[in-house]
Design a binder for this molecule. Structure first.
Ligand code: AHG
Ligand code: MN
Ligand code: MN
Ligand code: MN
Length: 333
């Protein structure tokens, strides 16, 4: 097998589609490098003293794990000095992070969920990092939170790393979705899947069913019909999977189809769902659409939502096209 490195792939993509200028390539390579460092820390587990809680809370009121904070620091440090960024934003930081004056400012803005699947850290189950890249608005000098509030369609790149049995990097710059596997001996990202496509049909769904009593009627109807199996209205048996790391659930769906849901529910009407638009839903929606799937909030494409707040939450339905279309249609009835 001819090995294609991340760098080589990015340069080839630039030649083919003119979609990855040198600054963006640097940004993606730096994020890739940071993910290698995070992967290394994750892999050490108890031996690296990285497990357990940090004893602090983030702006969403979640208890921060040590790895949430370590991963956030790794991403900030890696991306600060290169001159490719204007600012950064993260699940673990209340406000945006400006590039220190001692470094040049670039034209990109990076958003990330440094460590996705925090509840799985201490039990040795797959976790990940999610990132999204936007361009700074024309004429911007001192970045503010407002500059980040761009619809997901404006993303110029998005990706995730999954720290599982293998560490993988999944990337889109708007010309398909391509996957890289970390060669741990060489420390290199090697292209292992080109142009991944999500099957339109599936028999698998992913939802935290313990919230069933709080769901709104369209979700209850959709799940009940699947649970009814081959003698129900769907006339087929479905299987359920829930890893509780969005990265790992999306990675499964990317590879063999399925639908992933984190709906809004009746508990907190002003907090629609659990997942965050800017650094979870948007990058995943970009990847899923680029792989031929769909992603909505039940009403509209996630990528068309005009964000109002940096840490805004949204309901998420994503994956195999036909299933996302069906559950979305139930919300419109
Ligand atoms: P994070 O660890 O970044 O806060 O995200 C956790 C998210 C997501 O990864 C996952 O799909 C979901 O929370 C799991 O939620 P439940 O605990 O309700 O299963
Ligand atoms: Mn969290
Ligand atoms: Mn997350
Ligand atoms: Mn997180």
């Amino acid at each position: 097998m001819k090995r294609i490195s991340l760098t080589q792939h990015l340069i080839e993509q630039q030649r083919l589609h003119n979609s990855i200028p040198a600054e963006l390539r640097l940004l993606i390579e730096v994020v890739g490098r940071a993910c290698k460092t995070i992967s290394h820390a994750v892999g050490k587990g108890a031996l690296g003293e990285v497990l357990g809680s940090a004893g602090s809370e983030n702006v969403q009121g979640e208890v921060q794990k040590k790895l949430d904070i370590i991963s956030n620091e790794i991403l900030l440090e890696a991306n600060e000095w290169g001159g490719h960024l204007a600012a950064m934003a993260s699940e673990e930081m209340e406000t945006i992070h400006l590039i220190p004056n001692r470094y040049p400012q670039g034209e990109y803005m990076l958003l990330f969920d440094p460590l996705d699947g925090s509840s799985n850290i201490d039990v040795n189950v797959s976790i990940g990092t999610i990132f999204s890249v936007l361009k700074a608005p024309d004429g911007m000098t001192a970045p503010t939170e407002k500059d980040f509030l761009q619809a997901g369609r404006k993303q110029v790149a998005a990706g995730y790393a999954v720290y599982g049995p293998q560490t993988m990097l999944v990337l889109t710059t708007g010309n398909g979705v391509h996957c890289f596997t970390l060669d741990r001996e060489m420390g290199a990202w090697v292209l292992t899947q080109r142009d991944v496509q999500i099957p339109a049909e599936t028999k698998e769904f992913a939802i935290n069913a313990s919230n069933a009593r709080h769901w709104y009627p369209p979700v209850t109807r959709y799940i009940d019909e699947m649970l009814a199996g081959s003698t129900g209205p769907r006339q087929k048996d479905f299987n359920m999977r829930w890893i509780a790391s969005m990265v790992a659930d999306v990675h499964r769906i990317l590879n063999r189809g399925g639908i992933f849901m984190y709906p809004a529910d009746a508990r907190e009407p002003d907090k629609p769902g659990k997942l965050r638009l800017m650094y979870e839903a948007n990058p995943m929606a970009f990847i899923v659409e680029q792989a031929g799937g769909a992603a909505t909030d039940g009403k509209q494409a996630i990528l068309d939502i005009q964000p109002e707040k940096l840490h805004q939450r949204v309901p998420v339905f994503l994956g195999s096209k036909n299933e996302v279309a069906l559950v979305t249609s139930y919300h419109q009835e």
